[in-house]
Design a protein around this ligand. Structure first.
Ligand code: 5MM
Length: 340
């Protein structure tokens, strides 16, 4: 079979022992995260925080890429280099969130579709010119007794596929993120059913739009019980359900799967990733991380905007990245947290 230059880039993103940092919080989301630890959200604090993360020691051994928000792409760090340059100098690929967030889906109360296709073709060329090598688009699937509707699954799959096709044409690798939310009282079986339906729809749409499966990275949720479920599933059960769901839905042509953390605690997300990789020894794709909160919570809390805490915050971040790298190879142990 003929290979395509983008295939190698997709493989680089999910290379063994590497994962992806999602640092693409939009202005509203980062403001919420900053507020929780008492930091005002300004262009400068956002830049300082991201510079802190990107210059943390040792992360270049474990991160293949970082997903950025548009603002970050053009920001210049305190050391005079563009933040993108800091990543490039360390061999870490810069990526960019290109969706414009979720909007209500007409006629479907409490359901959404992600927007951002208008003008995307032109924006992609500009992002590529600014150094972006890959992109991300997130669809949000809400779960309760009546949701998701088949319309919500279809509408989101359709825009994800159109997005992915445009990105590949622009010479970048699309990360395709259909997130089934953890929020809710649903159990693990319900999450499995919904995740299966979302991924089935997604791959149908990707094929219909002739998206090259070898040149994308899938960013799904793990199959977990809802945050308010009164029968939380064990680590083993999460790993088994996640692996089984992916094995049933994701074609072997896809080079890698990089999970979102979705509101799990940092330790929980790492434990799940590890258990998944211990089970998934004969599966065709690499299984790694593309976490935001599960990587950033400890350093953000430590930093809290204080100049004299930068070093400690960086150490916590580097440690989290390293532990997840181990988990992506099934080599993590909770005892390593104590050492940290
Ligand atoms: C960092 O958050 C990303 C962008 O979200 P907003 O548009 O709401 O600001 C988000 O897509 C993120 O990349 C993924 O959901 C993964 O983050 P978590 O925290 O679930 O690992």
């Amino acid at each position: 079979m003929k290979s395509h230059p983008l295939d190698a880039l997709a493989q680089q993103l999910v290379a063994p022992d590497r994962g992806i940092l999602a640092a693409d919080e939009s202005s509203g989301t980062i403001e919420k995260r900053f507020q929780a630890v008492g930091i005002p959200s300004t262009e400068i604090t956002r830049r300082d925080y991201r510079e802190l993360l990107f210059s943390s020691p040792g992360i270049d051994q474990y991160l293949s890429g970082v997903i950025l928000y548009e603002e970050t792409l053009s920001q210049i760090g305190r050391d005079g280099r563009r933040l993108v340059q800091i990543l490039e100098d360390r061999g870490i690929l810069p990526g960019i969130k290109v969706d414009r967030g979720i909007k209500p889906l007409p006629g479907q109360p409490d359901e959404s579709v992600t927007e951002g296709l208008d003008g995307l073709h032109e924006r992609l060329a500009a992002y590529r010119g600014q150094g972006a090598r890959f992109t991300k688009w997130r669809a949000v699937i809400r779960v309760d007794e009546e949701r998701p509707s088949s319309l919500a699954l279809k509408a989101n799959a359709e825009v994800l596929a159109r997005y992915a096709g445009l990105v590949q044409e622009a010479g970048m690798v699309p990360i395709v993120e259909p997130e089934v939310l953890m929020e809710g009282s649903h159990d693990l079986d319900r999450c499995e059913t919904v995740t299966t339906a979302a991924l089935d729809q997604l791959f149908m749409a990707l094929k219909a739009y002739r998206v090259r499966l070898e040149a994308l990275v899938l960013k799904p949720n793990m199959v977990v019980s809802g945050t308010q479920c009164n029968r939380p599933a064990s680590v083993e059960t999460v790993a088994q359900a996640t692996v089984q769901t992916l094995a049933r839905t994701v074609p072997a042509a896809v080079p890698g799967i990089a999970f979102l953390s979705g509101g799990q605690s940092p330790e929980q997300a790492t434990q799940h990733l590890d258990a998944i990789n211990r089970l998934a020894t004969r599966l065709p794709w690499r299984l790694t991380f593309s976490f935001s909160r599960a990587l950033q919570e400890p350093p953000l809390r430590m930093w809290a905007g204080k100049e004299d805490r930068i070093r400690q915050a960086q150490e916590l971040f580097s440690q989290r990245v390293r532990l997840n790298s181990l988990a992506s190879m099934g080599r993590y142990h909770p005892d390593l947290e104590k050492v940290a």
